[in-house]
Design a protein around this ligand. Sequence first.
Ligand code: GDP
Length: 197
Amino acid sequence: MKITQANFVQSNSEYQKCPVPDKPEYAFIGRSNVGKSSLINSIVQRKDLAKTSQTPGKTQLINHFLINQTWYLVDLPGYGYAKVSKTEREKFGTMIHDYLTNRENLLCTFVLVDIRHEPQKVDMEFMASIANSGIPFYIVFTKADKLSKTQVENHVEVYKTKMLETWEEMPQYFVTSSVKGSGREEILAAIDELNLG
Ligand code: GDP
């Protein structure tokens, strides 16, 4: 898919106020600092559509972007940021959960994890909770350029092994680097396929 248009639409704290759900929608989520904004910018080939920040946990709203006038890309707040108070974290948790479980045009969620890290409890729990709610998701490994090809393969294997302790199969996944632009074509192809339905 060629990206011809990418426009910010609006930010919301409630799913009820999000744009009319008349187009397919894909949400991106992960722990703060996982590289979500960078990946979104890489996917749509814009430098600063999603706001990258050195301050983790900054994006605390549901951000809608309209791509090629045909589908919505949604930037969700990063979870698991320790410096945000427990009350704040719970508030975002509820907002994200309400959005994910009620947004009727949401076709798939991309859950980002840093390829360098061991499988994290907070990510495992998040994936289990959305799966329990029947929300389809893909795993997106980020920052692959920080490892060698062999290390990438090894880390993915470790992840798979961990997932298979509780899951019947490894969910579909993508290995990406926003620095190199790798993985974006594959993600766009998956979105294309879902758009065609
Ligand atoms: P967010 O908080 O999840 O939106 O993360 P950002 O996109 O702001 O990225 C967090 C940090 O990781 C920034 O310093 C980015 O420059 C860096 N980063 C993000 N993606 C990549 C990547 O693919 N490769 C490398 N080497 N660094 C990345």
